[in-house]
Design a protein around this ligand. Sequence first.
Ligand code: C5P
Length: 287
Amino acid sequence: MTRSVEHADDGSGSDDGHLADGGHRVAAVVVAAGSGARLGADVPKALVRVAGRPLVAHAVRGLTESGVGAVVVVAPAERLEEVRASLAEAVSDGEVVGDPAVVSAARSGAEPGVHAEEKLSARGDVRPWVRVVAGGESRQASVAAGLAALAELPETAVVLVHDAARCFAPPAMIRRVIDAVRAGHGAVIPALPVADSLVIAPGDAVEDYVDRARLRIVQTPQGFSRDVLVRAHAAAPPAHESTAATDDAQLAAAVGETVWTVPGDDAAMKITTPRDLAVARALFGAR
Ligand code: C5P
């Protein structure tokens, strides 16, 4: 079931919540392991550049600017180093990229295994924890790989799952998702109304019309209490490319969780085709 979260958004959202709110640490999994075949580029989609930065770097920046303290980027297995390098170059000065224990110890003088962001904040020097891991055969498998990497951050209470392909999701929207999860909603999706008329037409002929007023377009990042997301993925059928879930909220719904909506944003458009890329360059190319 999907319900709407009452939301009085002033655009400011939660401030620096991953640090200030010990009970609700926010981490994100950014899936960027798709080939991007429909884009027709000569590199994986996540590495295609807009405004001088790869899409995956825009995605990570959007999250860290929204107060997310830890990000696992799930990348094509053969491109891990390239993705790491592009993040190191693009995400705020001195970005933390690499093995979390090593980075944490090196930067904070703390023992390996402690939460990097916590120790860094103690110095008043806040940098997100970013890790790059290899993806799987399907989006669902890639999310599962990212979630597994978050096992290293046991204090994480809220997990966002975001498509690198929606790299211009605005921070105000991301904070709406975070705030709704913090408010106690276990599964939250950004959603938009549908502008077009819609029909069911599996072949050439229209079988039925659909009441578009009841439909919503689903975006990312989707937000979950960590327990819900872990439970949903554990219960999901094995992820083969053709049968895997296309988003995570449907897995949460399948284990009985109510899925809540908050208002999405056109800027969180999914970059899939060359036309989408041209639109993104026109809209965001000046960044
Ligand atoms: O293929 P689709 O457009 O549904 O992909 C949505 C997101 O999932 C993209 O950001 C893509 O990089 C990611 N993905 C992934 N691993 C896969 C397939 C897709 O991380 N095996």
